[in-house]
Design a protein around this ligand. Structure first.
Ligand code: FRU
Length: 474
């Protein structure tokens, strides 16, 4: 991005708006080698308001080019979240290969509207028949998918205050028939339900496929505030039937800063690539940046796996494109860790931007600490007796802009004592993935200076089989 528009905490390799405010990712689609990302954008200030669809594009999912804002508010309201599809067969009549965006018009009420693009998403024309779905509740955040089984379009949106997902079907993207609803009593029920997504995912290592319904919730996340829950089950084009008991809640990410996660439409090779807004409504408007506010998570690819408890869970791995970010590699080899703290200097020319790979054989508890010269630190604890992985950012630098920011987050891990952790560190975030896609933890941090050291300590005898650090090149 524009080198003149760099401030201390602007991420180097995460998508951010050039200026102004950003929340949810919207309307993402892939076409002709280009990944398009739209987002909830305030062009006039770096706090929420004046919702517009901002636009960026990328050919590699890493480097983003700022495009002109794509959809501005009109007489029906400002432009809230929604999705886009590539209408290959011209079902809508807007032209073969037209991009059709369906979003929420937020005025006196929330209605669903449509706009189309015949220049691959650079400019959109509003449909003259808007709104296309009217409602008298707070209904919003349309996600449209092509259902190969029924040969129809499906649309999901939320009745936000009712904790319900509503399903619709259509042949032409303009006329929608109301089908079933899912929600009442299932999963986390605090706050509002927002930004749903529906997709059929392969189950790793089997020929099986299951339907996944993503429902973002705010507040009510596992660590307070905003988070992404999901349900696994079956969908016949009309009704979603959840496999699990109503009280079973599944989380896509265990950090505090992963919200509004939705997937790209028309991804290549049947991929299911998702991206989240990397913040939390508890303090999103107050984080210590100025010209812009908020970044997206790194792109991730998801599939399902079947766990020993018989349940299906989402497996999340960093999108393969991210390997291209690896610059100089520093190998620290193998070492044992006991009570005494072992510290390793991170490569100094790294400007605080690293990918760290730590392959750990845990005896009981292994503590991992990132620290800098200012005394800021992030403490991670991998507990293989309790099967948990935690991250404590309470002393990570600037933290006092919100009491909700003072947090230690915890994720469940697999029963194995062996973990291969992949950590992505940018100027104001840490994302940690375990080796087999069972947990992800995304947390913002605002260290006063870049982290320079990684330390290890164990209450037993842990072994670091392998520690590697790459400088990020972007
Ligand atoms: C989620 C959300 C959506 C809404 C948008 C408005 O973060 O509240 O439900 O469409 O943000 O910006």
């Amino acid at each position: 991005f524009d080198a003149k528009n760099v401030e201390k905490f602007r991420p180097a390799y995460h998508h951010t708006p050039l200026y102004g405010w950003m929340n949810d990712p919207n309307g993402m689609f892939y076409k002709d080698g280009v990944w398009h990302l739209y987002y909830q954008f305030n062009p006039y200030a770096s706090v929420w308001g004046n919702m517009t669809w901002g636009h960026s594009s990328s050919t590699d999912l890493i480097h983003w080019k700022a495009e002109a804002p794509a959809i501005y508010g009109d007489g029906l309201g400002t432009i809230f979240s929604g999705s886009s599809v590539v209408d290959k067969d011209n079902t809508s009549g807007f032209g073969s290969g037209a991009i059709v965006a369906i979003y929420t018009s937020a005025g006196m009420t929330q209605q669903q509207s449509m706009a189309y693009s015949t220049d691959n998403g650079m400019t959109f024309t509003k449909y003259s028949g808007n709104p296309i779905i009217m409602s008298d509740q707070e209904c919003r955040d349309d996600k449209v998918i092509w259902n190969e089984q029924t040969n129809k379009w499906n649309l999901v949106m939320v009745a936000a205050l009712e904790h319900q997902v509503l399903f619709y079907s259509s042949d032409d993207l303009k006329h929608w028939t109301k089908e079933g609803a899912f929600g009442h009593g299932y999963g986390a029920q605090d706050g509002v339900w927002e930004c749903p997504d529906l997709m059929q995912l392969p189950v790793r290592g089997t020929g099986e496929k299951k339907w996944v319904l993503i429902v973002n919730i705010n507040p009510g996340g596992p660590n307070g505030g905003s988070a992404t829950q999901y349900f696994v089950g079956d969908f016949d084009g009309k009704q979603f039937v959840c496999d699990s008991k109503p009280e079973c809640t599944k989380w896509m990410d265990y950090g505090k800063d992963h919200y509004a996660a939705v997937s790209w439409s028309n991804s290549p090779n049947g991929r299911h690539t998702v991206m989240a807004w990397m913040s939390n409504w508890q303090y999103a408007n107050a984080v210590p940046t100025k010209q812009f506010r908020s970044a997206n998570s790194l792109p991730r690819d998801i599939e399902l796996f079947k766990n020993v408890d018989g349940e299906y869970y989402i497996s999340t791995t960093p999108s393969p494109e991210l390997v291209a970010l690896r610059g100089k590699e520093v190998k620290y080899g193998q070492f044992s860790v006991h009570k005494k703290i072992i510290s390793k200097k991170l490569p100094l020319n790294a400007d605080g931007l690293y990918e760290i790979l730590a392959d750990i054989n845990n005896s009981n508890i292994t503590n991992i600490m990132l620290s800098n010269a200012d005394g800021d630190r992030v403490l991670m604890t991998y507990n293989s007796a309790k099967h948990t992985f935690g991250m404590d950012r309470r002393r990570s630098g600037l933290v006092d802009f919100s009491s909700d920011f003072l947090a230690a987050t915890v994720a469940p891990t697999s029963a194995s004592k062996h973990q291969t952790l992949r950590m992505f560190i940018d100027r104001s975030s840490i994302e940690i993935f375990d080796g087999d896609g069972r947990f992800v933890m995304t947390n913002l941090v605002f260290p006063r200076s870049p982290f320079t050291t990684i330390s290890f300590q164990s209450n037993g005898r842990s072994k670091i089989n392998n520690l590697k650090v790459w400088n990020i090149k972007y």
